[in-house]
Design a protein. Structure first.
Length: 295
């Protein structure tokens, strides 16, 4: 039996409905966990709640969409070849080079003020952001090697897999493929789809005072997927970014480093500019290789 091909708007509505159902399921499961006597402040409970949220909100809708809505001719998962691993290595280099720019954007974005008319709304959002930051800090309180492994699995690996599958593997691919089918300008497929989904990726994290750095990181991940055509590349870079945060937190708690996930490198602007230029050159080289490989 052939599968029904839905218009783009219908696909997006179906995907949104699946996401909302997943969110409701995550809330219900978390409440059931607490009702069963789990300590809401325990690290294991926080990790389990985080795992439930990622699985129900992003992974489950992705599986359902792929099974019942996605066209069979547009596979999401592909085998890795030699170029995939080269792109992964280049993507890691670009991500590391962008760290100073991300730090600068983070500091600038955190200082945003919305003006007197929106002062009360800003205060509420800042309170919400502070609560999210406190929860994140609790997630990164690691006690021993086993706890470190569990935290890496739930905070670093699982979000990278679930979020990249949802945002890049489905959303970005759907937009780019739709515009390709309808012969829209090439820039819409190559750039608009990337930046649109990157913005949604940032907004989904629910912190307007970290909007810009997450938007930039989302765009980097989007371009890596666009160039490579393989989720291994952007998922690997996303996982690396999360892993660095977990390891820095752990090493700080062990007294090995004074760095924390909240503190940036604070490099001089000249060094930041040079690193950003090198990252852009790396991405431009990847784009050229991808075009040559396509043709």
């Amino acid at each position: 039996m052939s599968r029904t091909t839905y218009p783009l708007l219908a696909q997006l509505l179906l995907l949104t409905g699946m996401l909302l159902l997943g969110w409701v399921l995550a809330v219900l499961l978390s409440q059931a966990l607490l009702s069963a006597g789990a300590d809401p402040e325990a690290h294991s409970t926080l990790l389990l709640t985080q795992a439930l949220s990622q699985t129900a909100v992003f992974l489950l809708p992705s599986i359902l969409f792929t099974r019942y809505v996605q066209e069979p001719s547009r596979p999401i998962l592909r085998r890795a070849d030699r170029q995939t691993w080269v792109f992964l290595a280049a993507g890691i280099v670009a991500a590391l080079l962008l760290i100073p720019a991300v730090d600068m954007l983070t500091e600038w974005n955190a200082g945003w003020h919305w003006g007197t008319p929106f002062a009360e709304i800003e205060a509420r959002w800042r309170q919400h952001s502070a609560q999210v930051a406190q929860t994140t800090e609790k997630l990164l309180l690691i006690d021993g090697g086993v706890d470190l492994a569990a935290t890496l699995l739930v905070v670093a690996i699982l979000p990278a897999l679930c979020e990249e599958l949802f945002f890049r593997g489905i959303l970005q691919q759907r937009l780019a493929h739709h515009w390709e089918q309808h012969r829209r300008p090439r820039w819409m497929q190559d750039h608009l789809a990337v930046w649109t989904v990157a913005l949604l990726f940032s907004l989904f994290h629910g912190d307007p005072f970290a909007l810009m750095p997450r938007w930039l990181l989302g765009a980097l991940l989007g371009y890596l997927y666009r160039f490579s055509g393989n989720l291994i590349v952007n998922t690997g870079v996303h996982c690396l970014n999360n892993t660095l945060i977990v390891l820095i937190a752990y090493l700080h708690q062990q007294g090995v480093t004074s760095l924390t996930p909240q503190t940036g490198l604070h490099l001089p602007w000249v060094a930041t500019l040079l690193c950003t230029t090198a990252a852009a050159a790396t991405m431009a080289t990847m784009a050229a290789v991808a075009r040559r490989h396509t043709h």
